[in-house]
Design a protein around this ligand. Sequence first.
Ligand code: NAP
Length: 251
Amino acid sequence: MTESARILLLAGTFEARSVPKVVATHIPDAGIVASFAGAVAELPEIGVPTRIGGFGGIDGLTSYLHTQGISLVIDATHPFAEQMSRNASAACTNAGIPLIRLVRPAWAPHPSDTWRSVRSLDAAAAALPPGSRPLIAVGRKEIGKFLHRTDVAATVRMIEPPGHTLPPNWTLILARPGKSAPEEGNLLRDREITHVVSKNSGGQRSFAKIAAARNLKLPVIMIARPELDNAPTYESVEEIGAAALAILRRD
Ligand code: NAP
């Protein structure tokens, strides 16, 4: 049973980095392979063998699960990595192996916050008032959904350059999110931001801009998470370790 357990960890989030260590405390002999999309140039240290890049859709992943003798998949991708999560679910069903998800809790508004919750990037783009000065904090692949809004003076921040040319009245900042609310507050003030557009990623690492908007009483256009099927889902790495042990013990 657990001696031969092989686990595929779909990584990419900060939380995923500690999954191998915690799972090893529950299942010392588990062979874990961590998979990354390869979207960012530098991979974090994760302490187990890694593979990089897509599997080739549901069929490719199903085949990978078979050929690698995987007995459990842990999906610890970003809450907005919808395609990967859907593919993992379908491929696990095809291969007849269990899937568990690690999903950090979503952010929730305070009573004094002005959040407008929208269901998609398109809806977020449509929600921007003409003449506004939004901070659009989405990824390089997602910014394309906003480019037709040449009637707003957006500030766009992302880690790697976008594949698109931005409208001439927009400002591009190539940087990671600021670490603190005061730091993000300075950016919002300097750029005279009127609205913050954000995915509801959850977690502490990108919350500073939301805290800064709260402090400055700025409206936030918050993009809700995609809805996934109801695979067993846990909010903490410790719960994932315990769930992995419970599943693999049953085999
Ligand atoms: P996605 O749209 O769900 O995935 C697109 C494709 O990338 C997948 O179908 C898969 O290709 C490949 N892929 C994604 N994650 C993978 C992984 N861990 N290992 C191997 N292949 C992987 O997700 P995304 O393009 O990565 O990102 C979508 C949204 O999530 C964006 O908002 C992005 O900023 C955010 N995000 C994602 C991650 C992440 O862990 N993926 C991390 C940070 C932020 P195949 O179909 O060929 O298998």
